[in-house]
Design a protein around this ligand. Structure first.
Ligand SMILES: [Zn+2]
Length: 63
């Protein structure tokens, strides 16, 4: 079973039951990971900071 890179808690992922694009979250620290590969299992951290940057940019264009 894979473990969370952030807190090393074991992630409750059944490799047979997930597919690319699924998002899982760590029960321990709440960090979300997107499944980017299943063989072998690869996780990419979902980073919410991107949204904040988008908002700031849009505010700039408002009149
Ligand atoms: Zn964690």
């Amino acid at each position: 079973m894979p473990s969370c890179p952030e807190c090393e808690n074991e992630l409750d992922i059944e490799v047979d039951e997930v597919e690319e694009g699924d998002v899982v979250s760590c029960e321990e620290c709440g960090t979300e990971y997107e499944i980017v590969g299943v063989e072998p299992l690869e996780l990419a951290r979902v980073d919410e900071d991107f949204d904040e940057e988008d908002d700031a940019y849009e505010e700039d264009e408002e009149e």
